[in-house]
Design a protein around this ligand. Structure first.
Ligand code: 8IG
Length: 270
């Protein structure tokens, strides 16, 4: 491989982004990263004091956010003795920018010092008892994108990808939390009812369009992963209503205090 190609590797780009992040935030090292998915934005205020906010586009390797309700900002937040790195948006696989772009934030967080990452998302639920606004811990995933963020012969173990230690911590804070297997579809269209039934048959409980590639990149980078889904809608064919994005944002607003309390209590103990 030539030196020029090396200089443009996704890991080098993440190094550059982390260096710029440290300059812009005035924070040398961050401890825990959070990625906020659809519906999670209102919960962010419970995390602590915002010490800096920057645009993702101020850092090398990030492009503008594409989804309503996601804003392309990164916050540095003081929470007790931890410095949090909070991504208010993510790049989705369905944007077609490639898997490296999808996981660039995760890799940047790792290079910025984060030892753990909380990946949140909004998703569809397969259990009829999960009302819109129900948070569910991700216990495992099924990646139906058919892609990996890793290139080359790096064989990363994904056993306990979604840390049982961190899930136990969440259960201490809220014993009523359910767990489920998250199935990532490529999107951006929602599933057909038949695809949702398939997701159930293969062992899934949650359907969405994010998180799995990020979790893999996080594990590759040595971070501990906590995944929390907000069920914003029953998956297609489970309920009787058609799906829409406004419903997603509304479920987030309605559930914000519960999710804020959960994050606010769990993150300082990570
Ligand atoms: I929010 O029902 C949200 N995101 N694939 N299916 C998929 N993604 C989603 C859904 C859903 N709800």
């Amino acid at each position: 491989m030539t030196e020029q190609v090396d200089a443009q590797s996704p890991y080098d780009l993440a190094d550059q982004a982390a260096a710029r992040l440290a300059e812009l935030t005035g924070v040398e090292r961050h401890d825990v990263a959070l990625v906020l998915g659809s519906g999670w934005l209102p919960a962010v205020d419970a995390l602590g004091e915002v010490t800096a906010e920057i645009a993702t586009t101020d850092l090398p390797g990030f492009s503008a956010a594409a989804v309503a309700g996601h804003s392309g900002k990164i916050r540095s937040v003081r929470s007790g003795d931890r410095q949090l790195l909070v991504f208010l948006s993510r790049t989705h696989y369905y944007e077609g920018k490639g898997v490296a772009a999808v996981v660039h934030g995760v890799r940047t967080a790792a290079r910025a010092g984060c030892r753990a990452i909380v990946l949140t998302n909004g998703c569809g639920g397969l259990k009829p008892t999960w009302e819109p606004g129900t948070p569910v811990l991700i216990s495992d995933h099924i990646n139906l994108t058919g892609r990996s963020p890793i290139v080359g012969a790096t064989f990363v173990d994904l056993t306990d990808l979604y840390s049982s230690r961190l899930r136990a911590l969440c259960h201490e804070v809220d014993p009523t939390l359910d767990e489920g297997v998250y199935v990532q579809f490529p999107g951006p269209h929602y599933e057909t009812p038949a695809e949702v039934r398939m997701a159930g048959v293969i062992g899934g409980h949650l359907v969405g369009m994010s998180t799995t590639l990020e979790a893999i990149a996080a594990r590759e980078a040595g971070m501990e992963v906590l995944g929390i889904s907000l069920v914003t809608n029953l998956a297609a064919g489970i309920g009787d209503a058609p799906l829409n994005h406004a419903e997603v944002l509304e479920a987030g607003r309605a559930a914000a205090s519960r999710m804020g309390a959960l994050l606010g209590q769990v993150v300082p103990r990570i």
